[in-house]
Design a protein around this ligand. Structure first.
Ligand code: FES
Ligand SMILES: [Fe+2]
Length: 398
């Protein structure tokens, strides 16, 4: 009761236009509530179908106390189940990825098929029903080859997003990509500081020297908006420039939040690389570079940046109240060949150095927020995205 009241007070006392109070990052009951109301409700990216091409291929997705097995069943469908044995709860799958005909628990050897059905349980009483002891199912939806999961009993709909952005998915060939590379970056901060940081480019000019050489967004809003207008008025290619702004507190009721927008790179830059030159074959239906990149957001912790020749996925998940993991995914055309059409070093350079910058500023942010002297500070007009995130967050945990 006491904890509930202190969380209610915290929410009630939030001053719009300011950052959050320290306690939002420190209160263990609030963290439990975030898991319940956000991470066990909303959709987030699990991975890509190219990671599980054959029946029985699987990989694990771990966050907080949870572990989820994502696999392809015999019929070729993508399935997700909690990695929690229905006997006495052991982790079943211990390898991060692999191929299995079935999943056998290492403790007492209960065995589950690729659809999560319990198929063998040794020496159990006659009245034991295998059919009632299958693995807990996790909802799966595909967007092209992207695998999204939701742990909600009744998940939000993704239909509005799928319908609205059909043209975008076609232009960029979402059905025809592969995961070229994935890297995990553990960050010693509460997950919200990492997500808040991703939402604003107020920090880009001072903190991201390399990013600022490629992306127009790091400039002043006036300069950036002029270039963005020019991109809208003279679309040099087929890529959609019309924005869809249904993110965070702007989400359609019953639908998962999403956003699409297209933003200019600096003049002469074609892709998100060290020198702004292409690093992989053009995606989808694209025939030429247009000097821009698209933002695509789904739910509260999954973000994409789509260049003409590759796509970056960003996902933030909590490990504990004080730690999170930022996973970065690099996608290229499905038929691109490593070493010939792209190489991992050039492909990942810009966002590898950018996330290392981010890690440093987020950790410093957390250290300052931990101080007894920290007080919520005023947000800039360049921080309107974090404000939408905070508005949504406060509703979500209320
Ligand atoms: S806990 Fe899995 S078989 Fe006993
Ligand atoms: Fe950043």
């Amino acid at each position: 009761m006491g904890a509930d009241k202190s969380i209610c007070d915290l929410i009630k006392n939030y001053k719009p236009g300011y950052s959050l109070e320290q306690n939002f990052y420190k209160n263990p009951e609030l963290y439990e509530r975030e898991l319940e109301k956000i991470f066990f409700q909303n959709w987030f990216l699990a991975g890509h179908t190219s990671q599980i091409q054959n029946a029985g291929d699987y990989f694990l997705l771990d966050f907080a106390n949870e572990s989820i097995i994502i696999t392809r069943n015999k019929e070729g469908k993508v399935k997700a189940h909690l990695n929690v044995c229905r006997h006495r709860g052991s982790r079943i799958c211990l390898e991060k990825n692999g191929n299995a005909k079935s999943f056998t628990c290492p403790y007492h050897a209960w065995s589950y098929d690729l659809d999560g059905n319990l198929i063998a349980a040794r020496i159990m009483a006659d009245d034991f029903e295998k059919s009632e002891n299958g693995l807990h199912k996790v909802h799966v939806e595909l967007v092209g080859g992207l695998i999204f999961i939701s742990l909600a009993e009744k998940p939000l709909s993704l239909n509005a997003m799928k319908d609205d952005l059909k043209d975008v998915f076609k232009q960029f060939g979402f059905d025809n990509m592969k995961l070229a590379m994935q890297k995990s970056y553990p960050v010693k901060s509460n997950w919200k500081l990492a997500v808040e940081n991703y939402q604003e480019c107020y920090h880009c000019a001072p903190s991201h020297k390399d990013f600022a050489k490629i992306h127009a967004m790091a400039q002043s809003p006036e300069k950036f908006n002029r270039q963005k207008e020019a991109l809208r008025e003279n679309p040099p290619s087929i890529v959609r420039t019309k924005a869809s702004s249904f993110y965070f507190d702007l989400a359609i009721p019953g639908e998962e939040g999403y956003q699409y927008d297209r933003n200019p790179l600096l003049p002469g830059k074609l892709s998100g690389s060290k020198d702004g030159k292409p690093v992989a074959p053009l995606l989808g239906d694209l025939k030429k570079y247009d000097g821009a990149a698209s933002e695509f957001l789904v739910g509260p912790v999954t973000f994409f940046l789509i260049y003409d020749d590759h796509m970056i996925g960003y996902r933030f998940l909590p490990t504990t109240i004080d730690d999170c993991i930022c996973d970065l995914f690099w996608f290229v055309r499905a038929d691109a060949v490593e070493g010939k059409d792209y190489n991992q070093g050039d492909l990942s350079w810009l966002w590898h150095v950018t996330i290392l910058d981010d890690e440093e500023i987020i950790v410093n942010n957390q250290k300052g927020v931990n101080s007894k002297y920290y007080k919520p500070g005023r947000l800039s007009e360049m921080e309107h995205f974090p404000q939408h995130f905070l508005n949504w967050y406060l509703q979500a945990i209320s």
